[in-house]
Design a protein around this ligand. Structure first.
Ligand SMILES: Cc1cc2nc3c(=O)[nH]c(=O)nc-3n(C[C@H](O)[C@H](O)[C@H](O)COP(=O)(O)OP(=O)(O)OC[C@H]3O[C@@H](n4cnc5c(N)ncnc54)[C@H](O)[C@@H]3O)c2cc1C
Ligand code: SF4
Length: 584
């Protein structure tokens, strides 16, 4: 009986029918990182049979964190990556460490063309960059959503804070965000778990800023760490953060939010998710007759075979530049220049954050104090330049918008390497606590301009036959002036706090080094000047939703991922409601 059924299935006609039956889903999500994980959770939770396509390998929570519990001496090279190994990765990157080498991709995976120098950090495995991120999470406010309209750049956002606020609350409660309710209109409070405390030198700096400035504050960083597990976190199998600060290796406690510890297992539990690793999405299929997307083309990374999968609704969450690449590569008679690209703006107005400004110093007080445990977060100074209006005089009038600042302080162990013999050996074996070091890093808003764009190379392809992405992005005078202001203001604030050996610098890092690339498929009110509407739907292909950084009309100064999570949950809710009404 069974043999007959298999034979029947293998007959050419039935084989095709069966193949189609197993490749049809209610929804397809491209990418399993921060935003894709949320799309998967929401769509499966609302009953949609959902295929999640991930170009990289599978990474199972806990079991696939090979270095999570290793001691420093258990690494063959004490954490360093030998030059010969580095060479296999194409360049000598400062980020490369032995404990996280397994997250790094080799250059032949996805070569791209840097028309101008551009740093593109990617995480190609299940969970994407949710396993690499620094977990800082702040809400946007209307000071950000109204920025383009007020200051005359990009286009007006089609949404305001009130549209997204309930969705921030929704994702914060599930993800677990720690923070203090600071009551700042420009950095709205969220559904916070208790904050991670500042240390003594950070608290000292906080006091000085409060005393000397009425336009700025230093607050506890808001971050996706569970400081007081709630039933919803325990139900996810996650536990309280242990302050080990080894998050980049993957956290076996689920102490911080990642797709792997949180949204993907939740989606899995519904029984509605099919997760397919090693599936490189080539393009989205457009059905000319129906005037809608019908599915996606995938290259199986192992066999290099091209496969097709079909669904009623498609969420594009490959991370900002990949989502641009997928849409640009999705051509048809109706859309010869890329899916939804009626106005020719697809790939344009790409932006990022300006992390060029750095500052470091020392403090010679508090020598009787050190920290208990490690702080996986930091202090944070929300934006204070050009906040309520564009200044017309004074230093802030030199540039548009402004910057936030991350601040951290700590004491390291110092070895006295002078002398010789037994005394030297004793010194080396017994390092002493050094002075307090303090550092600050700039997080500036870049203003999206049409000139900064990505496009497909006309000739070069990668090993999957996908046209290579060309990145063409430069800093502007606005960015340069903002860095100068950062260095001046931070030097003044550090000096006021009594810090010594102050060193402020412009790192002149490449665009993209902040790892917050955004735009290219921006949201807007008008299909003539934007690609996506207020629900993250392509204006002209309504069953395609783009909810990762590609959708960002402007960049704000906040770390962006919390906003991607909220936009994704909001768009998924809308998509399912429209599917139920049969209007999608
Ligand atoms: C070191 C570091 C620190 C960071 N710190 C912060 C922070 O503190 N706060 C913050 O908000 N953000 C931070 N970020 C940025 C944050 O990680 C990203 O904003 C976030 O992960 C973006 O989510 P995403 O879903 O768009 O993309 P990702 O999380 O990158 O996921 C995209 C997924 O799509 C897959 N994919 C790509 N192309 C395809 C394709 N063609 N077919 C199939 N699958 C594909 C990828 O493999 C990946 O798994 C940091 C990033 C790094 C690397
Ligand atoms: S600091 Fe917290 S979240 Fe990070 S690895 Fe340790 S327990 Fe996990």
């Amino acid at each position: 009986m069974e043999t007959c059924a298999i034979e029947a299935a293998m007959k050419p006609n039935n084989r095709e029918k069966n193949r189609r039956a197993t490749v049809r889903y209610d929804a397809i999500v491209i990418g399993s990182g921060i935003s894709g994980g949320w799309a998967a959770k929401e769509l499966t939770g609302k009953g949609l049979k959902t295929l999640v396509l991930e170009r990289g390998r599978d990474v199972k929570h806990v079991t696939d964190y090979p270095t999570a519990n290793l001691n420093p001496w258990e690494f063959e090279h004490r954490g360093q990556v030998p030059l010969a190994v580095r060479a296999q990765y194409g360049n000598i990157r400062s980020f490369m460490r032995e404990e996280t080498l397994h997250w790094t991709i080799k250059p032949d995976e996805q070569p791209f063309v840097e028309e101008q120098p551009f740093t593109w950090t990617r995480g190609y495995h299940v969970g994407g960059k949710s396993l690499l991120w620094a977990r800082q999470t702040q809400r946007w406010s209307d000071f950000d959503f109204e920025g383009p309209a007020r200051d005359g750049f990009a286009v007006d956002w089609p949404i305001r804070y009130a549209d997204i606020a309930p969705w921030y609350s929704y994702v914060e409660k599930f993800a677990g965000i720690s923070g203090n309710k600071d009551g700042l209109p420009h950095l709205p409070d969220g559904e916070f778990l208790p904050p991670i405390e500042l240390n003594c030198v950070e608290t000292h700096f906080q006091g000085i800023i409060a005393q000397k400035y009425n336009d700025r504050q230093l607050i506890q960083g808001r971050c996706a760490h569970i400081t007081d597990p709630q039933p919803i976190h325990i139900e996810q199998g996650r536990a309280q953060c242990q302050h080990r600060n080894l998050c980049v290796r993957g956290c076996p406690f689920g102490g911080y939010f990642s797709s792997n510890s949180s949204t993907l297992p939740w989606a899995e539990k519904t029984g509605n998710m099919t997760l397919r690793p090693h599936s490189v999405v080539h393009s989205i299929i457009y059905d000319e007759k129906k005037g809608r997307a019908s599915g996606v083309r995938v290259i199986d990374a192992n066999t290099k075979e091209m496969l097709e999968f079909y669904a009623n609704v498609i969420f594009v969450n490959g991370s900002a530049l990949n989502s641009n690449q997928i849409l640009l590569n999705s051509t048809s008679s109706r859309f010869p220049n890329g899916l939804g690209n009626d106005n020719g703006l697809l790939g344009k107005f790409v932006a990022w954050h300006n992390y060029r400004g750095k500052i470091s110093a020392q403090f010679d007080g508090f020598l009787d104090k050190t920290t208990d445990g490690k702080n996986p977060s930091n202090g944070y100074i929300p934006r204070f330049r050009n906040l309520h209006k564009q200044e017309t005089s004074g230093p802030a009038s030199r540039f548009l918008r402004g910057y936030a600042v991350g601040v951290g302080g700590g004491r390291g162990m110092v070895q006295n390497r002078e002398g010789m013999g037994l005394a030297l050996k004793e010194q080396l074996l017994n390092p002493q606590l050094g002075p307090w070091n303090v550092s600050g890093w700039m997080m500036g808003e870049t203003v999206p301009i049409e000139r900064n764009h990505v496009r497909l190379d006309a000739n070069l392809k990668d090993k999957y036959g996908i046209p290579q992405l060309v990145t063409s992005a430069v800093w502007t005078e606005n960015d340069d002036k903002m860095v100068v202001d950062y260095m001046e203001q931070m030097t003044e604030m550090f000096a006021a706090a009594g810090f010594i050996n102050i060193k402020a610098l412009d790192s002149h890092s490449n665009p993209g080094s902040d790892i917050h690339e955004m735009g290219g498929v921006r949201m807007g009110k008008d299909p003539k000047t934007s690609l996506l509407n207020e629900w993250n739907q392509l204006h002209s292909v309504k069953n395609v939703f783009v909810t990762d950084g590609a959708c960002m009309t402007s960049t704000g100064t906040q770390n962006p991922s919390l906003t991607y999570m909220a936009l994704t949950a909001r768009a998924a809710d809308y998509a399912v409601k429209q599917l139920k009404k049969k209007t999608l």
